[in-house]
Design a binder for this molecule. Structure first.
Ligand SMILES: Nc1nc2c(ncn2[C@@H]2O[C@H](COP(=O)(O)OP(=O)(O)OP(=O)(O)O)[C@@H](O)[C@H]2O)c(=O)[nH]1
Ligand SMILES: [Mg+2]
Length: 468
């Protein structure tokens, strides 16, 4: 279970800058995918050893009225969801009465809080941060978010302060063959109905496994020889109460479920088209590299015209995930369920596929022969061999030289070759290049260049000499 960390503080102390600094690597993963909505308020940090859900909040002011009141309510909500609060103060402006008010509020919430002294660049942190001791929250941890200074230390300290969340051992033997399936989507798209349908079809099951924190509940079922763990995001509690469970959308719960899942079913409401909330969820799924099946629910009872509309809208807005199957579904009537299971299994197989080095290398070299990357500065890149670099999502590491010069279009070409060869569907594929340029060779090249220059100079010199 991913721990949850909320960032709070008065306006302009650098909360969003800190959030950005801590989530930057994850953002980079989807940076080149136009159309993915990136959620600037929720993100996943993996600075240091512990990944966590990070929540950025709006600035809290002393007198909370009007819009400030709404912000304040959101901040309270974030604090309630969090296991740890990062309370950001500014070393530039020093301690203010607003800081004191927020300190008080945190004491009321009774959440562990870590005091973060931001903007220490160009100050003497010991002097500038001393006065914050008055908040009674211990010494402020010095950082400069806009310079990414102190980020490691901050996350180390945060990790120490996080309550021990029981590790769900995901790699135990009996767990290895279990398909962890999360069903996520906006409220009311029909997640509970689908879960019900999946459970109801089987004699099964089942027992709810109360999670380690307040909210997480998994349900187990077996179908067609495959053991599933359905990861709840729908507010499902007990089977009998599934239907009347009020669906409360919590992005934190969705993020935790996505993190835990092998395969994610993103459920859309076909009668409503694709909303920003849908693409936001999609962005999070991609950021975490999860296998994905898109389910278009409520397909029954739609007019032919509307069906065409929503299909073409989907093609347009979801074109950056061509690899994800789109299944038309009626969770209510059960149509499309077989196709959904098939797509889920296929995505699972693809995401956990075993790609032996000889096969990868053979495919790579064949593709390279058929099609070489364009020359850059008169020289070509060479690709030598490939090996697997992990699963969920599958990663392929390609070794060669001058790989820095390989354009994105060529990378996409290789991606497609591998996807076709291994029949991958429903999972992203990560390709990484490593330049194995022989350092000696490099030195030699530099030497020869230097020698060339020397020779040139000598030539000029001798020419001049002969002219004299
Ligand atoms: N010198 C310096 N400036 C910083 C640092 N961190 C943030 N800033 C600047 O402080 C200003 C406010 O930063 P934000 O991250 O927007 O602050 P915030 O707390 O999110 O503000 P609200 O969301 O409006 O409450 C910006 O101009 C940042 O560039 C830092 O470490 N050093
Ligand atoms: Mg902000």
């Amino acid at each position: 279970m991913l721990p949850v960390v909320a960032i709070v503080g008065r306006p302009n102390v650098g909360k969003s800058t800190l959030f950005n600094a801590l989530t930057r690597t994850r953002d980079a993963l989807v940076a080149d995918m136009p159309g993915v909505t990136r959620d600037r308020q929720y993100g996943i940090s993996d600075v240091g050893d512990t990944a966590c859900v990070l929540i950025d909040t709006g600035g809290l002011v002393g007198q909370a009225e009007g819009i400030d009141y709404l912000t304040a309510r959101q901040v309270h909500h974030a604090i309630d969801e969090a296991h740890l609060v990062l309370f950001v103060v500014s070393a530039r402006e020093g301690l203010t009465s607003e800081d004191e008010a927020i300190g008080q509020l945190l004491r009321q919430h009774n959440r562990p809080a870590l005091l973060v002294g931001n903007k220490i660049d160009g100050t003497n942190p010991d002097v500038a941060l001393a006065e914050f001791a008055a908040l009674g929250l211990g010494p402020a941890l010095p950082v400069a978010a806009s310079h990414r200074q102190g980020m490691m230390g901050l996350m180390e300290k945060a990790t120490e302060m996080l309550p021990a969340l029981e590790e769900e051992d995901t790699d135990s033997a009996e767990d290895a063959d279990r398909l962890r399936l999360a069903i996520v989507g906006r409220p009311n798209v029909g997640k509970s109905t689908l879960v019900n349908r999946m459970l109801g079809e089987e004699r099964v099951m089942a027992f709810d496994l109360p999670g380690t924190t307040r909210d997480s509940i998994s349900t187990f079922m077996e179908k067609g020889g495959i053991k599933y763990e359905l990861i709840d995001t729908a507010g499902v509690r007990r089977r009998s109460r599934v239907t009347d469970a009020v669906e409360k959308f919590s992005i934190v719960k969705a993020l935790q479920a996505i993190d835990r899942a092998h395969v994610v079913v993103l459920m859309l409401d076909a009668t409503e088209g694709i909303t920003d909330q849908d693409t936001t969820l999609l962005g999070h799924i991609l950021q975490q590299g999860r296998a994905l099946v898109i389910a278009l629910n409520k397909w029954d009872g739609m007019e032919e015209y509307d069906r065409k509309q929503v299909l073409s809208e989907m093609d347009r807005r979801l074109q950056f995930v061509p690899w994800a199957r789109k299944i038309r579904l009626s969770a209510l009537h059960g149509s499309g369920l077989k196709e959904l299971y098939r797509a889920v299994k296929e995505a699972w197989r693809s995401a956990t596929i075993d790609m032996p080095t000889p096969e990868l290398t053979r495919v790579l070299l064949k593709a390279f022969e058929a099609h070489q990357p364009p020359m850059s500065q008169g020289r070509t890149s060479r690709l030598r061999f490939a090996h697997a670099g992990g699963n969920l999502p599958p990663r392929i590491i390609i070794h060669g030289n001058r790989t820095d010069a390989i354009p994105a279009s060529y990378k996409r070409y290789l991606e497609n070759v591998f996807i076709r060869h291994f029949k991958l569907h429903g999972t992203p594929l990560q390709i990484e290049f490593r330049s194995g340029d022989n350092p000696y060779k490099d030195k030699k090249n530099k030497l020869t260049q230097r020698q060339l220059a020397k020779r040139k100079r000598l030539k000029k010199f001798t020419k001049r000499k002969s002219r004299k």
